[in-house]
Ligand binder design. Sequence first.
Ligand SMILES: [Zn+2]
Length: 280
Amino acid sequence: MPELPEVETVRRGLEQHVAGRTIDTVRVLHPRAVRRQPAGAAEFESALAGRSLGSARRRGKYLWLSVGEDALLAHLGMSGQLLVVEPDQPLSPHVRIWFTFCGGGADLRFTDQRTFGHMCVVRDGAELPAPIAHIAPDPFEPAFDQGALITRLRGRRTGIKRALLDQSLISGVGNIYADEALWRARLHWARPAETLTGPEASRLLSAVRDVLGEALAVGGTSFDDLYVNVNGESGYFERSLAVYGREGFPCLRCGTPVRRDPFMNRSAYSCPRCQPRPRQ
Ligand SMILES: [Zn+2]
């Protein structure tokens, strides 16, 4: 699933290519893509036609464009892409929602092979759409409060990787960047959050911020070419990953083969030497 750097890359593209333009037509080509819209596709289309898009914003893995007082909210799911495409380009079979703009120019096409992503219009959501108000600020937002987060983190009776993935605690971090941050901070993913010292928690959050920032600087990580910017281009942080997806390859710090453990139906990658398993 795209994480903060991939979603922020898309947000920047929307800000550059779509913000400030007026929608001409909206066509929902697959109802599943608007399944969160209370009255369905017709409501989605009529709520947007003829309206101007304001700035593009993001919280965690969600992004939205203001539409007057309202918001056009998007979640990319597993495979969603928001692509800015010249109108004469053929429509791919995976386009789910198709926006054209007044005055011509490039279209916006929400393309989603697996249709786990979605878009909806949220009334009065321009500042912060209600459906995502429970999501915690991400490390790049002004509202992010590291001191308060450390206190909450150390109050959790759960492993630290699970805590990092809890979007009500900190948003934008998924499986990839959690593993990378834990490796940088030399902490095992199963370490109980309540046993972290203050300095360890600070080190972990600094690592989270660093890895997200570095990934963002190169357009994120593109697995299977799924996570792309609005022009369809891949990011290249994959080549900088230290542990994620590198089972059996040497740790970049100490040379010990990276290990993979099952974790919440997925995997956790770590170095057995730099990140020793906590004692039971
Ligand atoms: Zn190591």
